[in-house]
Design a binder for this molecule. Structure first.
Ligand code: MN
Length: 228
């Protein structure tokens, strides 16, 4: 799957591994009753989970009664292999987008309780909704980014990168200790407070913006439908 830039770019990327960070905002960790982590919590989503576009369909998965959105800033990674020592965001980031780490929260809660993997809870078809990207070169500095998320016109999440516990420069050395990072790999950087349930026909809008929410860089739309 070729990844799309919304502004001209010299580079081309095919979607690779989807890395995700858990509990990267203090307030969301508290909201779920979790401790603030010492090391980042990393999990992955399989390729089948990826839906890439600017007007996406979200299929409401079977059997869950607690289907949650988690709005997140998504980084398109340049690659770099193993043992990346990132001194600046430019070393690792090719582009910025937004996305939804969709989660069957009841499945995840059960898995946590039993000490089992999250793969079904967070890896089902369509669980990684990803917007188009703006190239790193034409974006503001990472520290000046933010995003907002509305469900049916109601603002539900709004965050700035300066509220993150682990910056990209901190995340990439940790991830690349264990995983060889390839061009086109993607990184969901964690969700702030305000996650919540979705129902069929709900409409989500996300905007990537600067620290000023009126300075919009990118839009993303999605609508929930029945599982096909
Ligand atoms: Mn998440």
């Amino acid at each position: 799957m070729r990844l799309i830039f919304e502004r001209p770019s010299q580079e081309e990327y095919e979607a690779g591994t989807v890395f995700c960070v858990g509990r990267n905002y203090v307030e969301h960790a508290e909201e779920l009753g979790n401790e603030v982590p010492q090391d980042p919590i990393i999990f992955t989503k399989p390729y089948n989970a990826i839906r890439h576009g600017s007007y996406n369909i979200i299929e409401y998965p079977p059997r869950t009664k607690e289907f949650h959105f988690e709005g997140e800033l998504v980084l398109l990674l340049r690659g770099g292999g193993r043992n990346i020592h990132a001194y600046s965001a430019a070393d690792v980031i090719a582009g910025y987008g937004v996305g939804l780490d969709l989660t069957m929260r009841d499945f995840q809660t059960e898995a946590k309780r039993k000490g089992l993997p999250w793969t079904v809870a967070k890896g089902f078809d369509g669980a990684a909704q990803i917007s188009h990207f703006i190239p790193f070169e034409s974006a503001p500095p990472f520290e000046e980014l933010g995003f907002s998320l509305w469900v049916n016109g109601e603002l539900r999440q709004r965050a700035s990168t300066n509220q993150m516990i682990f910056s990209p420069e901190m995340l990439m050395p940790f991830i690349s200790k264990f995983f060889s990072v390839r061009p086109g790999d993607l990184l969901f950087t964690g969700t702030p407070r305000g996650t919540g349930p979705l129902a069929v026909e709900d409409k989500i809008i996300m905007q990537l913006h600067t620290s000023n929410p009126d300075e919009i860089l990118l839009d993303f739309h999605a609508q929930v439908t029945e599982w096909g």
